[in-house]
Design a protein around this ligand. Structure first.
Ligand SMILES: [Zn+2]
Ligand SMILES: [Zn+2]
Length: 152
């Protein structure tokens, strides 16, 4: 399946893919927030962490944000450059969704396309989880087979 480079770039934000508590699939809730579909634990990607901090600390500098969130200043500047962070509410910036070309206020995708993008990651994560379980089963099967051929 073809994926645009702009889409893959979002992985730079350290998206949480599996739950730290139960290994469940983290589902995108919007604006950098994710929830485990199994246990309901909440986690944030770098964008979410920075956004949350700025909400509580208006006017914070990049170095203050870095100290508080652990997100590198370079990444914070990239978010600003890409419009992932809205600096002023009245700035007239016209961006277009990289997928459907709809006009958006910030980021690289409109909210609908961003949701779909995350759904695809979540699906892949579920498939990976399933194929890993199948893989373990198959591995045991193979070993048993090997033994039989070697020692009989
Ligand atoms: Zn969980
Ligand atoms: Zn779109």
């Amino acid at each position: 399946m073809h994926e645009g480079r702009d889409l893959l770039r979002m992985d730079e934000y350290n998206r949480p893919k599996t739950c730290e508590k139960c290994d469940g699939v983290m589902v995108f809730m919007g604006v950098g927030e994710y929830q485990c579909e199994d246990c309901g634990a909440i986690a944030y990607d770098d964008y979410g962490k920075v956004r949350l901090y700025i909400e509580g600390h208006r006017g914070a500098t990049a170095s203050q944000i870095e100290a508080a969130t652990g997100v590198k200043q370079r990444a914070i500047r990239n978010m600003l450059k890409e419009g992932r962070l809205e600096v002023t509410a009245d700035s007239k910036v016209f961006l277009h969704c990289v997928i459907c070309k709809k006009e958006i206020r910030s980021g690289s995708m409109c909210p609908e396309c961003e949701k779909n993008y995350h759904h695809r990651i979540e699906d892949e994560q579920r498939k990976m989880k399933n194929s890993m379980m199948q893989g373990f089963g198959a591995g045991r099967e193979e070993k048993r087979g090997e033994k039989r051929f070697k020692f009989e």
